[in-house]
Write a protein that binds this ligand. Sequence first.
Ligand code: 4AD
Ligand code: MG
Length: 441
Amino acid sequence: AQAPITTIATLSAHEGQTVTLRGWLYNLRASGKLLFPIFRDGSGTIQGIVPKAAVPEVVFETLKNLTLESSVIVTGKVRADARAPSGFELDVENIEVLQRVPDETPFPITLKEHGVDFLMEHRHLWIRTPRQSAILRVRATIMRAAAEYFDLNGFTRTDPPILTPAACEGTSELFEMDYFDEKAYLTQSGQLYIESTALALGKVYSFGPTFRAEKSKTRRHLTEFWMIEPEVAFIGLTELMELAENFISHIVQTVLKHHRADLKVIGRDVAKLETIQAPFPKISYDEAHQMLEEAFEKGLIESRHTYGDDFGSPDETYISNQYDRPVMVHRYPAAVKAFYMQPDEQDPTKALCVDVLAPEGYGEIIGGSQRVDSYDLLRQRILDHNLPLEAFEWYLDLRRYGSVPHSGFGMGIERAVAWICGLDHVRETIPFARTLNRIYP
Ligand code: 4AD
Ligand code: MG
């Protein structure tokens, strides 16, 4: 009888049985008359045991000479082994090679250390390695959990266009293109469009790729990244912050529930994720500035924060390091924030906005605000920011026809993945990162 085809992740249902796995040779160790191949199949890795005496000669010889990343169909008996990372080992009985990687062109990614440029140049192959695969699985769950949070809470997903006639987040970072005889831009955020769908449907969100012509090389910036953005009619900043903390808690707890093994492969300290439960600490910009002043006086930070300026990344790192969960910094000076933010009634120089800073120095993962709801003020803001009024007439309509207070935020998926997985750089958070100096592969 044909052995049932299964996957490494589901071997526990097959203990003691002979099964068929389809995958690739990840590694091979030989010790005299014993071979220890490690196979991977996309769901995990498993070590095989092949004593020369236990298998037909051809099976032993085929495996012994097999090159890394050759594609194979392996048959073997599943044996529980407490020492094995997956909990099982495979007593190999037979192997069929689909494609043997030629000796002249060995798989370029070996188990030794490679430089980042080399790895990024071979990203299409690098993603096969266990750690990168684990990150991509966690990313997929973060995206699913993020969408699920809104789906389960009465939001309607409304997808905004990617080709747009105007800027949302500042004109200096726009990707411009020819759109027949007009100029168009790749979207920086779906926000303006989902403000309109929020006034149609109440609670909405968008989820898709967004683009910024970021000319700086940092650990946090991509030129193409995925953003999930909720927008809600009739809520203000306080309720928006509650939404953000519940949303983040849901995502982190979902990852913990499903990806303990992946987080271990990645090397993430999960104790730091277990504390991520709402409510989160909330401090105003003024309080954050005060915190930085005191830190500067005590010599804990090198450069002094200038009141009125945005926070730099060392500032964000210092602030976020004071807490064991994300910190919500609200009411920044309106002058450093986007044109569409509602001023605070108590102090109109401040915007009713919030940045959520992730712990462990990961910095901003969410930016959001209450939106200007007055027609006159919004029109003035568009002019003050030197934005083309014609391109925003439709957006001003939202303040002509039944304007209401409304609020929303955006979370960059890659920033969230970097934090939750504990990665040094966002380039590992997405299958193919787009950065200032890389568009290949
Ligand atoms: O703070 P940002 O610019 O806010 C907006 O775009 C709003 N229109 C969102 C809204 O209110 N609906 O960007 C939101 C988030 C950031 O907090 C960050 O997580 C991510 O998007 N982000 C980037 N991620 C990777 N690379 C970049 N270049 C990013 N720029 C922003
Ligand atoms: Mg921001």
